[in-house]
Design a protein around this ligand. Structure first.
Ligand code: FE2
Ligand code: FE2
Length: 366
C-alpha cells in the first residue's frame, strides 16, 4: 500500500502523517485535530510511533510505493506491465518522501521508459489461428493436460512476454538515438543505437513467431501507449537512463539469455538429470528456439556494451554526471541489488546462478 492508498482510507477530517516510530508499516497514521486547530500541526509527537510529520498534498504522488510491499503489491501500485518485475526504487534521484520509493518496472531486454518514468509496452493482440504447415510443431490443445502440452503452453506465454519486451525495446532505442543526438554524442554511438533498434525489430518479430507457433494462435503487438518525451540538453538525464535501462537491464538480460541457452543445450544433449520447463517439447522446436536465442543473445550483449560505451563517453566529458550515476546506480551495492531482484525467483541450478553472478561481477566492473 502506498501513502496515497493508505490515506484514502482515512476519514474526511483526518490528516495523514508519516511517523518515524517503531515500525515502517506505520507510514501513514491519523491525527485528528480534536477541534483544537483548524490548521493541523506540521509535526506531532505520537508516543510509540515517534515524531509524526504531516504529509503534504504535493507529496502524495502517483508514482510512489512502499519499499516493504511484496513484489506483486508493488507491481500493482506501480501499474507495471503484467510480465515485468516490480521494484520500489529508493535511490536519491527518485525524489520520494522519506520511507517511500519511486516506481520502477523491469521487463525482459531494454525497457521503454518515457519522461513520466513509466515503463511502457504494447498490449498483445491475438489475431487468429496460426497456419501450420507439415514441418511445424503440433498446436497446443487447450483441453489436453499432458505435461508436454502444458509446458508448450506456458513456454508460449513466456515468449509472448519476451516478444512484447522486444517490441518495447524498438521504441527505447528510437528515443535513445534522439537523446544521443540532442546531447552531441559521437556518431558511432548514434549509428550503433539506430542499428540496435533494427536488431530489436528482428528480435520482436522472431519472438512473436515463436510465441505464435507454440500457442497455435497468431499473436502480434498492438499500438504502444501514448508517451511523453522532452529531448533536452541534459547529459545527466541521458546517462541516468542509459545506466538503468542499458548498463543494468540489458546486461542482466544478456546474462539471463546465456543461462537459458545453457539449459537448452543440456536438454538437447539428452541430459536427463535436468527436469525442466522444456520437458516433453520436441527437439526440433527446442533447436529452433535455441538457435534464435543465440542470435538474440549476441546482439543483446552488443547492446549492453553500447550502454557501457555511452557511459564511458559521458564520463569522458562530464565528471559530475559520471560520479552521480556511479553513486546512484552503478555502484557495488546497487548492482548487487539489481542482480538479486532480477533473479530472486531464478529456477535454474545453483551452479548456473553462481556463473551468472560471476559474469555480472565481470561485466559491471567500473
Ligand atoms: Fe532484444
Ligand atoms: Fe537489446
Amino acid at each position: 500500500m502506498d501513502i496515497e492508498q493508505a490515506c484514502e482510507e482515512l476519514g474526511e477530517d483526518d490528516i495523514p502523517y508519516r511517523c518515524d516510530g517503531t515500525d515502517k508499516a506505520e507510514l501513514c497514521c491519523t491525527v485528528t485535530n480534536n477541534g483544537r486547530e483548524a490548521d493541523p500541526f506540521p509535526t506531532v509527537n505520537m508516543g510509540k510511533w515517534g515524531k509524526c510529520t504531516r504529509i503534504e498534498e504535493s507529496e502524495l504522488g502517483e508514482d510512489q510505493c512502499d519499499p516493504n510491499a511484496s513484489n506483486d503489491e508493488i507491481k500493482e501500485q506501480c501499474n507495471c506491465p503484467s510480465y515485468g518485475w516490480a521494484d520500489c526504487d529508493v535511490s536519491d534521484w527518485c525524489d520520494a518522501p522519506e520511507g517511500m520509493g519511486c516506481c520502477s518496472c523491469a521487463v525482459p531486454g531494454r525497457p521503454y521508459v518515457d519522461d513520466s518514468g513509466k515503463t511502457l509496452a504494447a498490449e498483445v493482440n491475438v489475431v487468429g489461428e496460426v497456419k501450420l504447415n507439415q514441418e511445424d510443431i503440433p498446436t497446443v490443445d487447450d483441453n489436453n493436460c499432458t505435461e508436454s502440452n502444458q509446458n508448450q503452453a506456458s513456454l508460449g506465454q513466456k515468449w509472448v512476454r519476451n516478444a512484447i519486451g522486444e517490441d518495447a525495446s524498438v521504441a527505447s532505442f528510437a528515443a535513445f538515438s534522439i537523446a544521443l543526438m540532442t546531447n552531441g554524442a559521437p556518431s558511432d554511438l548514434v549509428e550503433d543505437a539506430l542499428k540496435a533498434g533494427l536488431d530489436e525489430v528482428r528480435h520482436a518479430s522472431t519472438s512473436f513467431a515463436i510465441a505464435s507457433k507454440l500457442l497455435g494462435k497468431e499473436v502480434k503487438p498492438g499500438p504502444l501507449p501514448a508517451s511523453n518525451h522532452e529531448f533536452t540538453h541534459d547529459i545527466k538525464k541521458l546517462a541516468m537512463a542509459v545506466a538503468k535501462e542499458g548498463c543494468v537491464d540489458e546486461t542482466l538480460s544478456s546474462i539471463e539469455l546465456a543461462a537459458e541457452i545453457e539449459l537448452l543445450n543440456s536438454v538437447l544433449g539428452d541430459d536427463h538429470t535436468v527436469a525442466t520447463k522444456y520437458a516433453g517439447i520436441d527437439k526440433k522446436t527446442l533447436t529452433w528456439i535455441r538457435d534464435e536465442l543465440q542470435i538474440i543473445k549476441t546482439e543483446e550483449s552488443n547492446h549492453a556494451k553500447l550502454a557501457w560505451r555511452t557511459f564511458d563517453w559521458v564520463c569522458s566529458i562530464d565528471n559530475d554526471a559520471c560520479n552521480e550515476i556511479k553513486e546512484q546506480v552503478l555502484n557495488e551495492d546497487m548492482l548487487e541489488k539489481a542482480f538479486q531482484r532480477r533473479f530472486a525467483s531464478f529456477d535454474g541450478t545453483s551452479e548456473t546462478l553462481a556463473m551468472m553472478k560471476d559474469s555480472w561481477a565481470k561485466l559491471t566492473q567500473i
